[in-house]
Design a protein around this ligand. Structure first.
Ligand SMILES: Nc1ncnc2c1ncn2[C@@H]1O[C@H](COP(=O)(O)OP(=O)(O)O)[C@@H](O)[C@H]1O
Ligand SMILES: [Mg+2]
Length: 246
């Protein structure tokens, strides 16, 4: 699904004062694209995703979806799996909420779990899983409803450095294979560059778009090889400079 953001502004109106979190953000997401949004802590990234998801409302500006009733999946930093449900039942939660837990769909979810390395854990409780596995279950749950748009808010932040790279690479392949239109929020420059078709760099709060880059790295390279390329290094330095300017 294509998504256009036009001059989004967000002012939080509190009892005593108004706080401007987002000054002006515009960008386009093309169907099947992954956009990474990178910015310092507090610059309004989660606010923006809340607005795109419909959980919150912008103060000004418009969001145009090329679909009347887009199906949007929203995955947070913490996996939020229900501890008393097994992996399959957790992964089917979204389908259940949408009243769409058909046998066909359950089979589809089982196949995804198998494909994503969770074959032996389909009937296990979440406490038997590693952090990376939990995130994969959460991702399967997000994808099970076949979303038009996937929103990921710092989905790998709770993982250690090694797993962060491994899991983000797995997730990247899954999203690309399924051509999922995705907006990924991160404060990790390397993650933004390796995952994104475009990288939107935000300024400090109240945020504006500082720059939009197209890394154009070879999708077939491993994430480690991507990180060793000259293009990656140049872009990393450029984004670092952008973030330090204010
Ligand atoms: N409900 C709210 N009311 C007032 N201010 C808020 C609210 N939610 C977030 N903020 C403020 O808006 C700014 C952006 O927050 P957030 O979008 O969570 O940033 P990020 O995700 O980039 O770290 C922060 O200064 C935060 O304190
Ligand atoms: Mg946030």
């Amino acid at each position: 699904m294509n998504v256009i953001l036009n001059n989004i502004k967000k002012i939080y109106n509190n009892q005593n004062d108004n706080f401007e979190a987002i000054k002006n953000i515009s960008f386009n997401l093309l169907d099947g694209e992954i956009i990474s949004i990178v910015g310092k802590s507090g610059c309004g990234k989660s606010t923006l995703l809340n607005i795109i998801s419909g959980l919150d409302k912008q103060t000004r500006g418009e969001i145009i979806f090329d679909n009347k009733n887009p199906k949007i999946s929203y995955m947070f930093q913490t996996d939020a799996l229900l501890p008393y449900r097994n992996v399959l039942d957790n992964a089917c939660l979204g389908l259940e909420l949408m009243n769409n837990k058909t046998n066909d769909n359950i089979d589809k979810v089982k196949n995804m779990l198998k494909e994503y390395g969770l074959k032996d854990f389909i009937y296990s409780k979440p406490n038997k899983l590693s952090g990376g596995m939990k995130q994969r279950v959460a991702l399967v749950r997000s994808l099970a409803i076949n979303p038009d748009l996937l929103l990921l808010d710092e989905p790998f932040s709770a993982l250690d450095y090694y797993n962060r790279i491994k899991v983000s690479e797995d997730v990247f392949k899954i999203l690309k294979n399924n051509k999922v239109s995705t907006i990924l929020i991160t404060h990790d420059i390397a993650e933004a560059i390796t995952m994104g078709d475009k990288v939107v760099v935000l300024s400090s709060s109240p945020s504006i778009v500082k720059n939009i880059y197209k890394p154009n790295l070879d999708d077939n390279l491993s994430f480690i090889d991507k990180r060793n390329s000259q293009k990656f290094n140049d872009l990393y330095k450029q984004i670092w400079r952008d973030l330090n300017e204010k």
